[in-house]
Design a protein around this ligand. Structure first.
Ligand code: WT7
Length: 653
């Protein structure tokens, strides 16, 4: 593939962009708090704040102190009041091909009905509501209904097990659960209610369950427990479509979102109201260069993750934008296009959706991009993708090869790619380009957004120079930062604020290149030390994926008596390429050539699949266990545990 070192948006793109120069960066640098106050003033406040930031109880921040507002009113009421009721809020495309169009006025009405239904079940301000749903429009409706009455939601990704769901319900002491009979996944119904029933065996706090009917009679009968379970369609439409928004303090809890830490117990990350919405809306608007009158924006993440919370629900709705929600997987055609067995199905659903709806902004993850690369360019090339203007990436470092592929085959060589670094804990984007301003480099997330301050530090906590590598830390509080871990303030301090006193430690390694641009290197536990040389798994994976025979790669550092750690590589070959000892040697040498002989993998296995979590993250811990010859422990979080013996055979055979 042609080499691409830097990319700048076209003159036309720049001329139409919201931000065309660096003045916003300069304003934020000159007075950070005034800058964030200006962003917050774009929201509707019931009462103004008295102080932008109270950091006196650090690391517990209070933003927009004494300010009062309601998130759902900012996402709905004000747009309808401004005459935008007929604008589409969501286009919904179900996996089978069913479609719904929901305007702001319709969403506004349904949210108020659902809010009244929750009130009728006894839900009050400050309560917690668990949500366990497929990607259907009732999911954002449920979240906004909670926000409207001041209840905090805790969305649990619909791919989680009964045990994971009940753990999260128990920790949050949720009173009500909102769920569905099931959703469509990989061309078939995937039932949820049975999992819910299992989970609720051990959750005494749940009094009522609202169940959306997505599947209906098509599948197994659904057990509805008398007095506890209520069909959404029996209850919600009967309520008045008028429910005044609860007046919330800027620091009232908006939601909990559980994420895994280093211990087995998931952390309930707490996000509050005013600061969270300010930064979610700000970043969504400027990083995607949003033009809400004309854009059709699609974030292809699941709402069960923070990406969906901030960039399918709260950011886009606060900005009055038209979004797309797609229920299913990228390799499932609509029912009418399904021919032959599953293996023969067309793999162009994403590109078909973009062509049909005229999507202008697309936000997806590197793991998806590498899967598309593996499937081949014929799929995007068969669809008209000329509506696209900006492409986003999130969730892991995007290797330059995937960046260039995304840019070339999806973006038609014309779209800026915004690589956005952030975390469940940060609530919104932190490091990302502004597409008309930043000179983009494939593989670099560029620099901090206006109003965000980051530094890379060494082991002793000393800032490193440019160029240089170190631990990524955030040096000043930011509006959408987590306010703590639910029920465990000490764990919040220990996890994020103790490794480098006075700094938020993100857990990621990064480097500055000679221009001071930031390159994320992955979690520090993925950084290897080979003979005293610091090497990132990501850099080596990038080098492997750079080879034309390789579709996807994962690298781990395994213990080695001589060198400390040695590199074990696992690669998936592209379609049509055959594994051979010659190719194995060639791939190892390729890394040596691209990075350095010290980076040459000690061993390299060609495997049919990599162990991934349901959210698509490669489970390097499992690969490390395999590479070190240990028996594999818990594989329940794997999307597909059956691949473990297959990988082991490839490794040993
Ligand atoms: C971790 C956070 C952000 C929402 C989805 C993931 C990694 C995230 C990038 C990026 C390199 C990235 C980091 C971070 N990460 N975005 N653009 N480049 N790494 O949220 O599950 O909380 O994971 O994802 O390692 O710490 P999460």
């Amino acid at each position: 593939m042609e080499e691409l070192r830097t990319f700048e948006a076209s003159e036309k793109f720049k001329a139409e962009a919201l931000v065309r120069d660096r003045s916003m960066y300069e304003a934020a640098a000159a007075d950070r708090l005034a800058f964030w106050a200006e962003q917050a003033s774009g929201l509707d406040w019931v009462e103004p704040w008295s102080e932008v930031l109270d950091w006196s109880d650090a690391p517990f921040a209070r933003w927009f102190v004494d300010g009062k507002l309601n998130v759902s009113a900012n996402c709905l009421d004000r747009h309808v009041a401004n005459g935008l009721g007929d604008r589409v809020a969501y286009y919904f495309e179900g996996e089978p091909g069913d479609k719904r169009t929901i305007t702001y006025a319709e969403l506004f009405a349904e949210v108020q009905q659902a809010a009244n239904a929750l009130k009728d079940l006894g839900v009050k301000k400050g309560d917690r509501i668990a949500i366990y749903m497929p990607m259907i429009p009732e999911l954002p409706v449920a979240m906004l209904a909670c926000a409207r009455i001041g209840a905090a939601h805790s969305v649990v990704f619909g791919g989680f097990s009964a045990a994971s769901l009940s753990d999260r319900i128990i920790d949050a002491e949720a009173q009500v659960l909102i769920t569905a009979d099931g959703g469509y996944r990989r061309g078939a119904p995937s039932m949820l209610k049975g999992i819910v029933d299992d989970a609720l065996q051990s959750t005494p706090t749940i009094t009522d369950v609202l169940v959306v009917q997505r599947i209906g009679d098509a599948a197994e009968p659904v057990n509805m427990q008398e007095g506890r379970d209520h069909w959404w369609h029996d209850v919600v439409p009967g309520f008045s479509a008028s429910c005044p928004p609860e007046v919330m303090d800027a620091e009232d809890l908006l939601y909990l979102l559980y994420t895994s830490g280093t211990t087995g117990k998931p952390k309930g990350i707490m996000h509050t109201t005013g600061g969270y919405l300010t930064q979610a809306a700000f970043t969504h608007k400027y990083v995607f260069d949003l033009h809400p009158e004309t854009d059709i924006y699609w974030c292809a993440a699941d709402i069960g993750w923070v990406t969906g919370h901030s960039y399918i629900v709260y950011g886009p709705l606060a900005n009055g934008c038209t979004s797309l929600i797609y229920e299913g997987t990228p390799d499932t055609p609509t029912e009418e296009r399904r021919t032959g067995d599953r293996a023969a199905w067309a793999k162009d659903r994403f590109w078909e959706i973009i062509a049909n709806y005229g999507v202008t902004k697309l936000y997806t993850a590197p793991t998806a991009i590498r899967t598309f690369m593996k499937w081949g360019t014929q799929w995007p090339q068969g669809q008209d993708l000329s509506s696209l203007k900006v492409l986003g990436s999130v969730g892991e470092p995007i290797n330059p090869e995937a960046w260039v592929w995304y840019h070339t085959y999806i973006g038609g060589g014309r779209c800026p790619i915004v690589d956005t670094w952030w975390q469940t804990e940060t609530g919104a984007m932190m490091i990302a380009p502004l597409p008309a301003v930043t000179t983009l480099k494939p593989g670099s997330a560029s620099g901090t957004l206006p109003g965000i301050s980051a530094e890379l530090v060494d082991d002793a906590g000393q800032p490193v120079g440019v160029p240089g590598g170190g631990y990524l830390t955030i040096t000043e509080p930011w509006p959408s930062m987590l306010r703590g871990i639910w029920g465990d303030p000490q764990r919040y301090k220990d996890t994020y604020w103790s490794r480098f006193p006075g700094r938020y430690f993100a857990g990621d390694g990064a480097k500055f290149d000679a221009d001071g641009d930031i390159w994320l290197l992955g979690r520090v536990d993925d950084v290897m030390n080979i003979s005293g040389h610091r090497l990132s798994t990501t850099e080596i994976e990038s080098a492997l994926v750079d080879h034309p025979a390789v579709a996807e790669a994962a690298v781990v550092g395994r213990d080695d008596a001589t060198t400390g750690q040695a590199i074990s590589a696992f690669v998936i070959l592209r379609g049509g390429v055959t594994a051979s000892p010659e190719l194995q040697a060639e791939l190892r040498n390729h890394v040596a050539t691209l990075i350095s002989p010290i980076a040459k993998p000690a061993d390299l296995a060609m495997v049919p699949e990599l162990p991934k979590t349901r959210s698509g993250k490669i489970m390097r811990r499992l690969l490390r266990d395999m590479a070190e010859g240990r028996s594999i422990g818990d594989t329940t979080t794997l999307a597909d545990p059956s691949i473990v013996p297959i990988i082991e055979e490839a490794l040993n055979g």
